[in-house]
Design a protein around this ligand. Structure first.
Ligand code: GLA
Length: 379
């Protein structure tokens, strides 16, 4: 996590003076439940101990100034634009518009953002940024919104302003994460509960494949449309209401059948994974995670050679319970549920041979399940 006193210092260097409030939004790793959130299914993420911090203050005029430490980019505008400007600032602008619509008083802003997680790598840096700026802006203005409304406002910003039609997984995980717990979210009712992780039973390793997720958003939006078409063909509102039997009887177009089969089976795998964790059965949970990857590869077709290779190399090791691609796919990261203490083995037996084979710089990381977003008013 970014140290808050250093965040204040950075703000002072970039914007001269003190911030009014600080916000923190963690990234997330989804243990299982790939691509089911926008099909109203069940997902099981953890919030991680890495994310994005924001320091900000209101201005007396309407200007909007933002500096990203990670990108070393500054955006200075006379007012909050009503159209996207094609920069990282769109996430912040979208969130501020949504908060203004909820009643946050209008003002100009000086904002600094700084993270300690890979940006654009499938660990949800966008939701982390959205939650951290939303939490900080509310704290600065003394504006109270509950976490659910805040998470939904951030999702609307990403869907409507940024144009990425993500589900609610990332924003809910960042808002409601709890240390040492996973978060089971019913993406239809938005009910959610924390699931205790068996103590000391496993570690969560993540490997950034080094393959950038460029163009991933348009393919993600395409998968979303395919699911809507499959639901229509099956005569249900969403694939949450479909069953394998329905699918067998309906005889829908083969491509849509594959997409639907992934969603139907993945929702069931989430249920089984929760049960496995509650019984301390990490081995079975790992098997379900690897089955999720096979389904994302074969039926949902969001994997690629590099992600498959990382999962295959890792799953061949004793001490690895299961592996899958995480996030939207088409590049980004894989997650591995492992016994404790096999970090070096993963580096030697997975990351190094992978990097040589594909001539890519892969990065091995380890995360713990951490608390969700928070803010702090600076007096
Ligand atoms: C992206 C989206 C999420 C979710 C995942 C896939 O991270 O932002 O809403 O759909 O992909 O599980």
């Amino acid at each position: 996590m970014i140290a808050l006193d250093q965040l204040r210092q950075r703000f002072d260097q970039a914007m001269s003076g003190r911030p009014e409030a600080l916000g923190w939004g963690p990234g997330r790793v989804n243990l299982i439940g790939g691509h089911v959130d926008y099909n109203q299914g069940l997902v099981l993420p953890i919030a991680i101990d890495k994310g994005i911090a924001t320091a900000l203050r209101r201005r007396n005029d309407k200007a909007f100034n933002v500096f990203s430490v990670d990108l070393d980019q500054r955006v200075e505008l006379a007012a909050l634009p009503t159209q996207r400007i094609g920069s990282f600032a769109d996430y912040l602008i979208g969130v501020l518009h949504e908060l203004h619509a909820l009643g946050l008083p209008q003002s100009g802003w000086d904002v600094l953002t700084w993270g300690d997680m890979p940006v654009g790598g499938g660990l949800s840096s966008s939701a982390a940024l959205e939650l951290s700026v939303a939490m900080a802006a509310c704290a600065a203005s003394g504006f109270e919104v509950d976490r659910k409304q805040l998470a939904l406002a951030c999702q609307r910003a990403e869907n409507g302003f940024v144009g990425m039609h993500c589900g609610i997984l990332d924003q809910f995980a960042s808002a409601f994460g709890l240390a040492d717990h996973a978060l089971l979210i019913d993406c239809r009712s938005l009910e959610h509960r924390n699931v205790a992780l068996p103590q000391d039973a496993f570690e969560v390793a993540v490997i950034d494949s080094g393959v950038s997720r460029k163009l991933a958003d348009s393919r993600f939006n395409q998968r979303r449309r395919e699911c809507e078409q499959a639901a229509r063909a099956l005569g249900v509102d969403s694939l949450r209401d479909a069953s394998l039997q329905m699918l067998q009887n309906a005889g829908i177009e083969p491509l849509l059948e594959r997409r639907a089969r992934h969603i139907i089976c993945e929702i069931e795998r989430v249920r089984l994974a929760v049960r496995a964790l509650e019984h301390g059965d990490v081995t079975h949970c790992g098997e379900l995670i690897s089955a999720s990857h096979s389904s994302l590869r074969d039926d949902y077709q969001v994997s690629m050679e590099q992600l498959d290779a990382l999962c295959q190399l890792a799953d061949g090791l004793s001490g690895v319970f299961g592996s899958r691609l995480v996030g939207g796919g088409f590049g980004g990261c894989t997650i591995h549920l492992t016994q404790r203490g096999i970090f070096d083995t993963l580096r030697q037996r997975v990351v190094e041979p992978y990097s040589r084979r594909f001539d890519l710089k892969a990065r091995l990381m380890q995360f713990t399940a951490a608390n969700g977003a928070f803010s702090e008013h600076c007096f």
